[in-house]
Design a protein around this ligand. Structure first.
Ligand code: C5P
Length: 308
């Protein structure tokens, strides 16, 4: 029997998230710049007589372990793709969460991407990253990016990716909120706000790409932008205070990560990030504070247990 495979997978922050209008298929066209962060989940896949999903760690209690779990859907989707039995795959998945659940950092997508990479190794599939990315796109808009990692420009609903040149490691402080936010609800709130009065939209993506090429975090900090921020703040008004507290603590700038409610603060360097994290922890505006850096690679096998 093949040995269990463990995969580490990054979270993401959107440095730029421009949301277009609602499409007939229920999605919105995006122009976004993703960056993969060192805040990770670890997923172990193993052949097992008792199939299923187990979740441990950060926010584990609120992750479904049944058929709706995105990692389980990844098992079924990949099984179908390669012509295996998709109804009863004899696979057990153990997820160790570091990424906040429903936090706007692609935690569920990360577990799906890690499962695809783990299964490709476990089942010894002859499948390239590009083909895996196509399966990933069927599972969710962010799954291809966390598979890929690094920094990338995403278009379409976020699944069409082009790598972006970066010259620097960026240091982030992340503020987790007490409860998550539902992504569809945040997009729905943006549609509502736009129907009411067209809130301002963020600018073009080109200056962000130029700032990334220059490698100056201060230049990038001025350009962080997220069209979903107004919607997540509308649903969770306390985020306004969190965003202010991060900047008061010394961050260069703060943004809601994706659909939120996690707030991401860009800092000058690693030392500054530690100082900001310490101060923000004491400010009483969020549940947990973490530091992370990016870009980091996408989902990668870290260990294959040897069986005697
Ligand atoms: O693709 P994913 O399943 O992660 O998307 C979750 C939900 O977020 C979608 O059902 C949709 O409501 C919203 N969404 C969107 N436009 C996108 C991506 C997501 O409206 N580009």
């Amino acid at each position: 029997m093949p040995a269990p495979v463990t995969v580490r997978v990054p979270s993401k922050v959107n440095l730029h998230l421009a949301v277009g209008d609602l499409r007939p298929d229920g999605y919105h066209d995006l122009a976004t710049v993703f960056q993969a962060l060192s805040l990770t989940d670890e997923v172990t896949v193993a052949i097992a007589d008792e199939p299923g999903v187990e979740v441990h760690g950060e926010g584990a209690d609120s992750v479904p372990t049944g058929a709706s779990n995105l990692a389980w859907r990844a098992v079924q989707e990949l099984a179908r793709h390669v012509g295996r039995d998709a109804d009863e795959p004899k696979v057990r998945i153990v997820i160790r969460k570091g990424i906040p659940v429903s936090g706007g950092m692609a935690g569920g997508s990360a577990d799906a991407a890690a499962t695809l990479v783990g299964l490709a190794a476990l089942w010894r599939l002859d499948i390239g990253r590009d083909e895996l990315a196509k399966v990933a796109a069927r599972l969710g808009s962010d799954v291809p990016f966390v598979l890929h990692g690094g920094t990338a420009l995403g278009t379409g609903r976020g699944e069409q990716l082009v790598p972006v040149l970066t010259r620097h490691t960026y240091h982030w402080v992340l503020a987790f909120d007490r409860r998550g936010l539902s992504t569809p609800k945040v997009y729905g709130e943006l549609d509502r706000l736009r129907a009411e009065g067209d809130p301002p939209r963020i600018g073009d993506v080109e200056p962000v790409l130029e700032a990334l090429a220059s490698g100056d975090p201060r230049q990038l900090a001025l350009l962080l932008g997220n069209d979903l921020q107004a919607a997540s703040v509308s649903l969770r008004p306390g985020l306004r205070r969190t965003l202010r507290a991060g900047v008061t603590a010394g961050a260069l700038a703060g943004t809601v990560s994706g659909s939120g409610p996690t707030c991401a603060f860009l800092c000058e360097d690693a030392d500054a990030a530690l100082r900001v994290a310490a101060e923000l922890s004491g400010a009483g505006v969020c549940r947990t504070v973490r530091v992370a850096h990016g870009p980091v690679p996408g989902a990668r096998v870290t260990a294959t247990e040897e069986r005697p």
